[in-house]
Design a protein around this ligand. Structure first.
Ligand code: UN1
Length: 512
């Protein structure tokens, strides 16, 4: 595995075990249970760790607190320079970084390269932002007074990530958090720990040449659920940013709320696309296949529900089946393959259970769903992406199954399609394919999609970093990456300054 060698990850171990606690100053073994991370490609053991335990958090937390004291007074453009150099390193090692993603998450190389590109893009965005942490100037009602608003660094930020975007999600949070003056502690998915070490190594290489930047600004702890809980309950972290399942997010949010901390959540999606009778079906078809079958259905933005007008549904399903049958499924590191493996056997089991439930609830599997064993590495869980025709009110359609299952539903009136689209607990991404300006505008209006992302004539997945990313309801309400998401990582202060010789009170109060 030359990519690990080139990235210098192999130095982050003792014997055959990687470190689980890394703060730039300290690299330590975890003191908890041993675990190994396997490649979904062929089930091979990729790395061995010991879980970091909650007792190991307190020294890390105090290092991050010290780091914060230094980082918060370094001018933001200098922190931008740190992120600019991290972006340069990510560019330099783009290929190797993508390989690590592919090995650990099973993503096909073009998509893994795209993920590293998200990291690079958000670096550029954050560098610009580092000179635009603007506050407001506010007029005062009092003579000889002036008011303003400033944005100040918030404190150490904990970032808990999922296996499916092991680099991009950290980067959205960390690159912005760093320019905002916050040290970042990453707790990665235990399924993708080497990605975390790769990012750590890239950042530490940069920090080594910038002695004013505290090393612990980019820290990592690898551990299990108990470590996540310890992080969520620790008041050293004013903000906990968590990406993953709704169940995990609810647990984190409640723990953080109990100490009145802030959480930034990006949880499950149950993303839908409405296909209107006016739609450009050639375009829709391409968008559906990438959104539904791409990444083997393992994006939180994956298209899961296709709400199709009854007049076009049969023809569209026929074309979809044809296009699904030509998808090359196999080793994600081999050129030409478009669908890689599921992350593990558990994921395969959940997919099969959902398909069985769909059938029980009157659904018809019109394509796929079964395991592929020919022409793919043994021990990987490769599947044919499934297409299921089912009633829109079948209970299984309410659930996010993190696998490639596309439920095809039908509608007759456009307002009903919007109703169906909104009638799930999640609210991440949505799309409409239509040539009707009225339908497109209605879909994006207050009476339209209730999701954080509402697209017209493009799919539900593959968002650019410039927009605010996230969604409503059980998706958790957070917005990360572009737009004004930087404000999550800062605290707002309101300043009132008296430059006069008198002390007039607000609201005209007389107190003497
Ligand atoms: C995720 O699946 O957690 O919009 C993030 C997209 C990607 C990010 C997905 N840019 O599909």
């Amino acid at each position: 595995l030359t990519c690990l060698e080139t990235l210098g990850i192999n130095s982050l171990k003792q014997g055959d075990r990687y470190f689980s606690v890394l703060t730039g100053n300290v690299c330590e073994m975890g003191q908890g249970d041993a675990f190994s991370a396997h490649s979904p490609i062929d089930g091979a053991v990729l790395s061995q760790f010991n879980n970091a335990v909650p007792e190991q958090l307190s020294s890390v937390a105090s290092e991050l607190q010290d780091a914060f004291k230094a980082l918060r007074v370094i001018p933001a453009p200098r922190r931008g320079e740190l992120v600019r150099r991290i972006g340069e390193e990510a560019r330099k090692y783009k290929e190797e970084l993508a390989q690590v993603i592919s090995l650990e998450a099973g993503k096909i190389l073009p998509e893994a390269l795209g993920e590293v590109q998200e990291w690079i893009d958000v670096c550029d965005f954050a560098v610009g932002q580092s000179r635009m942490l603007h506050g407001l100037s506010i007029v005062s009602e009092r003579p000889g007074h002036r008011m303003m608003e400033q944005w100040q660094p918030l404190g150490p930020v904990a970032v808990i990530t999922a296996f499916n975007f092991p680099m991009a999600v950290w980067a959205w949070n960390a690159m912005l958090g760093l320019v905002c003056g916050d040290p970042i502690l990453l707790k990665p998915s235990e399924k993708a720990p080497l990605c975390a070490l790769a990012m750590y190594q890239i950042a530490q290489n940069v920090i080594a040449d910038m002695p004013d930047i505290p090393k612990a600004s980019v820290s990592v702890m690898i551990g299990g659920r108990d470590l996540g809980e310890a992080i969520a309950s620790n008041p050293v972290f004013p903000l906990v940013s968590a990406t993953g399942s709704t169940a995990m997010g609810k647990a984190v949010a409640q723990t953080v709320a109990a100490r009145l901390g802030r959480s930034l959540l990006e949880l499950g999606g149950n993303n839908a696309m409405i296909v209107s009778p006016t739609a450009d079906l050639d375009l829709a078809l391409r968008a559906i296949v990438f959104s539904a079958a791409g990444t083997a259905g393992q994006r939180c933005t994956t298209l899961r529900r296709l709400i199709t007008h009854e007049s076009v549904v049969d023809g569209l399903v026929e074309r979809l089946v044809k296009s699904y049958s030509s998808l090359s499924i196999g080793n994600p590191m081999e050129e030409g393959n478009l669908v890689g493996p599921l992350i593990d056997e558990g994921s395969f089991g959940r997919m099969q259970a959902s398909l069985a439930a769909a059938k029980e609830q009157g659904g018809e599997v019109v394509y796929g769903g079964e395991r592929v064993t020919e022409g793919v590495p043994a021990s990987g869980f490769y599947v044919k992406p499934a297409i299921v025709r089912i009633a829109h009110d079948a209970p299984i359609v309410q659930e996010e199954t993190f696998a490639p299952i596309l439920y095809v539903l039908t509608y007759s009136e456009f307002e009903d399609a919007i109703e169906i689209q909104n009638n799930v607990p999640q609210g991440l991404s949505s799309a409409v394919f239509t040539e009707s300006m009225r339908e497109a505008e209605l879909f994006m209006s207050p009476a339209g999609s209730d999701c954080g992302i509402a697209n017209v004539n493009i799919g539900t997945s593959g968002a650019e970093i410039g927009g605010a990313f996230g969604g409503e309801k059980e998706t958790g309400g957070g917005r990360e990456s572009g737009s004004d998401a930087w404000r999550n990582y800062m605290r707002r202060t309101t300043n009132t300054i008296n430059y006069g010789g008198d002390l007039p009170l607000a609201q005209g109060i007389v107190f003497e």
